[in-house]
Design a protein around this ligand. Structure first.
Ligand code: SAJ
Length: 424
């Protein structure tokens, strides 16, 4: 098992390729994007990830990694392509199907085929295995077929790829063992062998657990507003219990994992997944809730100027996919009374379809600043940064500001019962 062919060179496929190449494997990376392939072969990468540019340059220079538009024969095939979601919230597994079909001409008896993409339960058994069988190879005897879900956190990918526990679900026991051995060559964490469907479900449940837990925190925010209690304080104190870990409330749940993966379970067991569906509903309601609060705060202003700080789905990333902040911007724009400006030091103009402001432009004359992402830049802001606001009121939905200045009113999402309408 010396040569690996990785299909899909995105956030997962690229760092995975680099790590295997760095461990001495010959790695061929395949992507459909010609520009990406060209750039990669010169050692340049197209994604932002800590430590990856350096590692990648090294493995290209050493001749351990090559990018290509077409697969080639290899001992191991790793599929790491996206699984987006259809408008009806069912998984779009077309890329996984296409990737599987693309390797068929190069597949030989004894090869391992590993799918890392997040997939609905039973996809390995019901979709991937039949494609291989139709091609004339037995997915239970000729090929070692397994699902090994990626579980890394953006920003820490190179560390987590090595240190995290990996779950390897084989279509057969032998496949689990063979695929697990591939990872054991680079992973320092535990590599656990199981069945394909168990690996599929455990990956989905990890993100669903977080989504449901965050929904509980978000529901607590709404309850706290009614009852008159500080939700952040409640969470802090409840979490002092050694077996309680309530997550943090916020303007909603975004990104391509937590806001998507739970639907892959719902799709397969609609009647049974009531809690999961309710959690999705609560988290999806948060942008509307935030806009309602903005309306309460600005109820007595004729044309409120609102500055939005942070457009990404979470702090210290440039990723705006499924971002609740973008939703909040769009909802505010639907109300003609608002003048809305948006500022995000991590986001470039071409990433969004509306104009971005500088910090100074956003703050100047604003009645209200709304913090929607916990970027480090915001955590360090001082009273002087808000000096040119018309009325100094900030709505911190991420509880991340460290401002202590009497001239500024800060409402936190956990502390909304104290809100008073802003007076000009
Ligand atoms: N969020 C909250 N409150 C919290 C924590 C997060 O509102 O207490 C929000 C964030 O602001 C963000 C969303 O949830 O909008 C998701 O953020 P995240 O940091 O929880 O997760 P992701 O989507 O960046 O990455 C997750 C990770 N899964 C887990 O931690 C269980 C990562 O390990 C997975 O590899 C990744 O999903 C994936 O690809 O599935």
């Amino acid at each position: 098992m010396k040569k690996i062919c990785v299909i899909g060179l995105g956030y997962i496929g690229l760092p995975t390729s680099a790590i295997f190449a760095n461990a001495g494997f010959e790695v061929v990376g395949v992507d459909v994007n010609e520009k990406v392939v060209q750039a990669l072969n010169t050692g340049e990468i197209h994604i932002e990830e800590n430590g990856l540019p350096e590692l990648f340059k090294k493995v290209v220079q050493e001749g351990k990694f090559r990018a290509s538009l077409v697969p080639e024969k290899a001992d191991v095939f790793i599929i790491a392509v996206p699984t987006p979601i259809h408008e009806d919230y069912t998984a779009n597994i077309d890329y996984v199907i296409d990737a599987t079909k693309s390797i068929l001409p190069y597949l030989e008896k004894g090869n391992a085929v590993i799918v890392e993409s997040t997939i609905p339960p039973r996809t390995m058994d019901d979709v991937v295995a039949p494609i291989i069988r139709e091609h004339g190879l037995d997915p239970e005897k000729d090929i070692y077929l397994a699902h090994c879900p990626e579980r890394v956190l953006p920003g820490r990918i190179l560390i987590e790829l090595i240190e995290n526990t990996r779950i390897v679900g084989g279509v057969t026991k032998e496949a689990a063992k063979k695929a697990a051995d591939v990872y054991r060559a680079v992973v320092k964490g535990e590599v656990i062998e199981t069945e394909a469907v168990t690996a599929e479900m455990s990956k989905l449940m990890e993100n669903t657990f977080r989504d449901v837990n965050i929904a509980l925190a978000n529901e607590l925010v709404k309850i706290s507003q009614r009852i008159g209690v500080d939700a952040h304080k409640v969470i802090e104190l409840a979490n002092k219990h050694p077996r309680v870990n309530i997550h943090l409330p916020g303007p909603g749940v975004g990104g391509h994992c937590l806001a998507v993966d739970p639907y892959f379970i719902v799709e397969k067991a609609k009647e049974e997944s009531l809690l999961i569906q309710t959690a999705r509903h609560i988290n999806n309601s948060m942008p509307y809730f935030v806009v309602e609060q903005i309306q309460r705060m600005t109820a007595e202003l004729v044309s409120p100027k609102v500055a939005i700080f942070g457009l990404t789905y979470k702090g210290n990333t440039d990723d705006v996919r499924e971002s609740p902040a973008i939703k909040i911007y769009e909802l505010l724009k639907q109300h003609s009374r608002f003048e809305v400006r948006a500022y995000d030091p991590h986001v470039k103009q071409e990433q969004v379809s509306f104009p971005l402001s500088t910090l100074e432009e956003a703050v100047d004359g604003a009645h209200l600043v709304v913090i929607l992402a916990d970027h480090n830049e915001f955590k360090d802001m001082k009273a002087e940064d808000f000096a040119t606001m018309k009325t100094k009121v900030i709505f911190d939905t991420k509880n991340c500001l460290h401002l202590d200045d009497e001239s500024i009113t800060v409402y936190k999402i956990g502390n909304l019962h104290s809100v008073k309408a802003i007076q000009e």
